[in-house]
Design a protein around this ligand. Structure first.
Ligand SMILES: *Cc1c(COP(=O)(O)O)cnc(C)c1O
Length: 256
């Protein structure tokens, strides 16, 4: 596997992940204390890293994992679901740009989608989750938790959306669609800080958008923000979910 030394033994990799995870948890502790914040949920972004790493992190108590490509996520989720040595309460968070034709696949394994950014995707996800529910019966999957990805690039327009996401002005209308859609649950907002810009104003803007959303939908309190580089700034701005990849798992140097 790319960034990981393929010759490393599982024990050595477990030791490395233990050390890296502890360092990230310490950073979170310090920021939570400093900003008197509520401790956010740590989602470990496992993209480009093997299912074996997810298995080791599950041994370390992690249950929330983030993926940004359906094919990779679906394969990992299926591999781990059939492994009796893996706890079966893992939650897969889909955090990448999502095409509507992947909705049916994502509905098979995802607990949440953080990258809901347009009405056509809401419709596709609702239909897909309903399909899974019908196929699996009442004990089947719960409603899919949906976060609206917001584009925080101040230069973003409907034509150039940069790193993806709905424009801030479109968030409430999209929320209304999610709330009206069967089998979906509106959870909150998500954003990636614009590349090369100070994350602080971006996360402050996200907090304001979240406040506007919860004024209408008081339960939709999730704020998914903060990655390896900017988790402190995200905690300062009230993040409820962090999405941390490389600082836990190491660099993703080679594409598969
Ligand atoms: C890859 C990714 C992350 C994790 O980024 P790191 O810098 O590795 O922590 C978080 N959010 C999204 C949307 C991603 O695609």
């Amino acid at each position: 596997m790319p960034a990981d030394d393929p010759t490393a033994s599982p024990a050595a990799r477990l030791a490395e992940l233990t050390r890296r995870l502890a360092a990230v948890e310490r950073r979170i502790d310090v920021a939570v204390e400093r900003f008197a914040a509520v401790r956010p949920t740590l989602i470990v972004v496992s993209k480009f890293h093997p299912a074996q790493d997810v298995k080791l992190l599950a041994q370390l108590g992690i249950r929330d994992f983030g993926e940004n490509r359906d094919q990779e996520a679906g394969a990992k989720a299926a591999e781990l679901a059939s492994d009796v040595a893996v706890p079966q309460d893992l939650r897969w968070h889909f955090i990448g740009q999502l095409q509507t034709n992947k909705a049916r696949s994502v509905a098979q394994y995802a607990h949440s989608v953080h990258s809901v950014d347009r009405v056509s995707l809401v419709t596709a996800l609702s239909r897909a989750v309903l399909g899974v529910k019908e196929a699996t019966g009442p004990a089947g999957r719960p409603d899919l938790q949906c976060l609206i990805q917001v584009n925080l690039d101040p230069a973003a327009t409907a034509e150039s959306k940069g790193r993806g996401g709905a424009l801030p002005a479109d968030v409430l209308a999209l929320a209304e669609q999610i709330v009206a859609a069967p089998a979906l649950e509106l959870r909150g907002v998500m954003a990636v800080a614009p590349l090369g810009a100070d994350p602080e104003p971006a996360f402050a803007a996200l907090a304001e958008i979240s406040a506007r959303l919860t004024a209408t939908y008081p339960w939709a309190t999730a704020i998914s923000a903060g990655m390896s580089q900017d988790l402190e700034q995200a905690i300062a701005a009230g993040a409820t979910h962090l999405r941390v990849g490389s600082d836990v798992l190491g660099p993703r140097t080679v594409l598969r």
